[in-house]
Design a protein around this ligand. Structure first.
Ligand code: NAD
Length: 413
């Protein structure tokens, strides 16, 4: 998705806002303005036709004050350094908001996975690990899935890493298949955590039962969010994928839409629904708008047209700072990504602890622990919001930056 808005610039603006409220030590602030380490690699891959192609790969290790770097790997043609830097910074914030002992990192490869065969994707994934394995590890940097990357790919990467270091290291990557150290509950964790936050927000803002929800994006996050929101009594009236969206004011059967998409490849055409563009989906008259695709979707161009009473961010960075200001003026609260989608990394943490201890929990146990993390994160962000009389995003950043700064100072910064 081409976008002229630089997400790292947005991230730094959010950092500066919170730093101002906190009167943050300028040394800590300047340390937080750059990543600790950047890995930028060329990934040569033998294609099925015998030719050799080179893809650009990134891993940004932003901050490790609170623990090993942690964050996903994205495969997308538009992956670039500023995007990865922003996402890595947001991971440091998110991990601190949800209270897991990790720093922040993120990575990706500029590749369109839809144009590669399975064999080619496996070779890209393994080669990327060959190039970065000395700089990752269970106590160093722990990647996970993100846009267009799957548990299967995580499995290949763990296998490659383990071969290189000469021992099985399940804790080097999370979001793995269940058969090789994945956690029960990880697949739906991000959506599950988001719905836990949605329930808190609906209570807080006194949304009525059966409140309507529109979800942009129907991948791992959007699908499970929509499915579990519908199960929790919300009415999901619209969903979309990269091609277009569907709308039915009566409510959609999310599971059946997913079956339809598996068969047809797109959500469009689902019986009984009207087709809406992604842009129109954002402007539907719903109670809750949930961007769950990519960054920079709600901008100064469309923020005035949003009719939702509440925006709950499930994608990373879907709202630009200008749009944030417009929504704030229009009194539309935005529950930020670093709070509402932190269920994924919280469960990645639970997966990692299971890998390190070799003792595994049931899905119920995992989801119970995850529910507690989400409830705590919501409560702590709300407390900062009230204390500083500020918006949710700034409150979440304030909470996180205090925790990161404390760890940096305790390490001697
Ligand atoms: P995914 O690859 O499973 O799905 C992405 C979805 O977005 C697909 O349905 C795709 O068709 C759709 N999409 C792409 N471009 C779009 C566009 N322009 N408009 C509408 N839809 C579009 O990815 P995912 O893991 O679901 O990640 C989605 C977002 O959530 C990303 O911002 C990611 O960083 C964030 N996130 C993911 C996790 C996780 O655990 N997977 C955790 C936290 C945050």
């Amino acid at each position: 998705m081409p976008s002229k808005i630089n997400p790292f610039k947005s991230a730094m603006e959010q950092l500066t806002n919170a730093a101002k409220t906190l009167n943050l030590d300028p040394v800590i602030l300047s340390l937080l303005k750059n990543p600790e380490r950047i890995l930028n690699v060329s990934v040569p891959v033998r294609m099925d036709d015998g030719s050799l192609k080179v893809f650009e790969g990134f891993r940004v290790q932003y901050n490790s004050a609170r623990g090993p770097y942690k964050g996903g790997l994205r495969y997308h043609p538009q992956v670039n350094m500023d995007e990865v830097k922003a996402l890595a910074f947001w991971m440091a914030i998110k991990n601190a908001v949800v209270g897991v002992p990790y720093g922040g990192g993120k990575g990706g490869i500029a590749v369109d996975p839809k144009k590669l065969s399975k064999g080619e994707l496996e070779r890209v994934s393994r080669k990327f690990i060959d190039l970065i394995y000395k700089n990752i590890g269970p106590q160093v940097d722990v990647p996970a899935p993100d846009v267009n990357t799957t548990p299967e790919m995580m499995g290949w990467m763990v296998d490659e890493y383990s071969k290189l270091v000469g021992r099985l290291e399940l804790g080097v990557i999370t979001g793995k298949p269940l058969s090789m150290g994945g956690s029960a509950g990880r697949e739906e964790a991000t959506g599950f955590g988001g719905v836990a936050v949605l329930k808190e927000a609906a209570n807080h803002f006194k949304l009525k039962r059966g409140a309507t929800v529109a979800v942009q994006g129907f991948g791992n996050v959007g699908y499970f969010f929509a499915l579990l929101a519908a199960k929790a009594g919300f009415k999901v009236v619209a969903v979309s994928d990269s091609k277009s969206g569907i709308y039915s004011p009566k409510g959609l059967d999310v599971f059946k839409v997913h079956e339809w998409k598996k068969q047809m490849g797109v959500v469009a055409g689902y019986p009984g629904s009207a087709e809406v563009s992604n842009e129109k989906l954002l402007q539907l008259p719903v109670d809750v708008l949930v961007p769950a695709a990519l960054e920079n979707q709600i901008t100064d161009k469309n923020a005035r047209k949003i009719k939702a009473k509440l925006v709950l961010e499930m994608a990373n960075g879907p709202t630009t700072p200008e749009a944030d200001r417009i929504l704030l003026r229009r009194k539309i609260p935005v529950v930020p990504d670093v709070l509402s989608n932190s269920g994924g990394v919280a469960t990645s943490y639970l997966e990692w602890t299971q890998n390190l201890s070799g003792y595994y929990w049931s899905r119920e146990e995992v989801l119970k622990k995850l529910t507690a993390y989400m409830a705590d994160a919501w409560k702590n962000v709300l407390a900062e919001r009230e204390k500083h009389n500020t918006d949710f995003r700034n409150a979440a950043f304030i909470l996180a930056i205090q925790r990161i700064a404390r760890a940096m100072k305790d390490r001697g910064a």
